[in-house]
Write a new protein. Sequence first.
Length: 358
Amino acid sequence: MTRLLILGATGSIGTTALDAVRNGKAEGIVIAGLAASSSPSLPGLGNEFNAPYAYLRGCDTAEVRAFIKETEPDIILNAIAGKEGLPASAAAAEMGIDIALANKESVVMGGRFLLSMAKQSGSRIIPVDSEHSAIYHLLKGRKARRLILTASGGPFIDRRDTGGVTVEEALAHPTWKMGKKITIDSATLANKGLEVMEASLLFGFPPESIEVTIHRQSVVHSAIETEEGAVYALMSPPDMSLPILTAILGEGHGLRNIVQPLPFSSGFSLTFSGWDRAQFPMLGMAYDALRGGDGMRIAYTAADEAVVNAFLDGRIAFSDIPEIVRQTLSAPYPAVCSSLGMIMEVSSEASMAAEALC
Ligand SMILES: NC(=O)c1ccc[n+]([C@@H]2O[C@H](COP(=O)([O-])OP(=O)(O)OC[C@H]3O[C@@H](n4cnc5c(N)ncnc54)[C@H](OP(=O)(O)O)[C@@H]3O)[C@@H](O)[C@H]2O)c1
């Protein structure tokens, strides 16, 4: 049995993982522990899964470490939303525990600091994001010259004027049901920007070798292109159960019928198209931030989180998001951030700068 600790157990990813265990889709998993930040549903989940639970903040590494020690997991699903997921990932990596990583902010902000700590301790970082999960599996035994990340395009792909967009409209994602932060990021394509950065760091590809294509159906989760020009893609219905469970248990370890089969005999259509920097400035800025070094990636992540919260709170308009991030990124940030303290310092500096513009 694989002992699983879930950080962010009450959110969208945490709930999908627990549903899979509840419904018998993941018989090889036993819940070692559950954590969330404040949701009242946590004690009920602890009782249901007969597992210890804790309210903790991801940024309190002492608390995270203590809970990891108490629960003795084989693997941790880090499904915390936002930048406080990084200190939790760092604690797990330092302790040599494998991480099924949904919290993309961990890699985008932690970069080489997190990855080299994991390498040293022997902790494996296995991506849960459907795009990175696809690439992770496609790269096994294959060399690629290019990564192709798919993006649904979010709710405003056909709407150029986003001036009067309401929070409700921005939260209405066409293909995925997710937490609020990632859903707003999917509407601006900042989520794809974070994913481009995550893919670059996790798989060692430069920004010019990572392409984004708009694929509205969210069936092709991403693709790789080999030197010969062949493209290998991973397809499945849009359901996070598959990348979550394969990250935790691995392929071919007793997982069966996790998602519905695709309806090949009745037929379905897949479309791909390019994206435009004028329509999605947050994605363009993410490529720039990736080229700009550690501080720029951290500042992008922190500024984006601050403006998304300001939009959700009704303090700024949806169309203000890219301009506030652009202004925040116009300040200089260090090219190399080699400790957690320095990363979190740059992050709070950028958060405060973005907040001041909201
Ligand atoms: N949802 C998806 O389909 C999806 C797909 C790919 C990647 N991801 C990534 O997975 C992560 C989680 O996304 P989500 O959609 O599941 O988010 P979510 O629904 O908002 O859930 C977030 C979870 O994190 C907990 N949490 C929030 N802030 C915390 C903090 N400071 N310290 C500790 N726990 C905290 C929340 O606890 P409370 O409920 O107590 O607040 C909740 O359990 C994000 O990084 C996202 O980008 C999500």
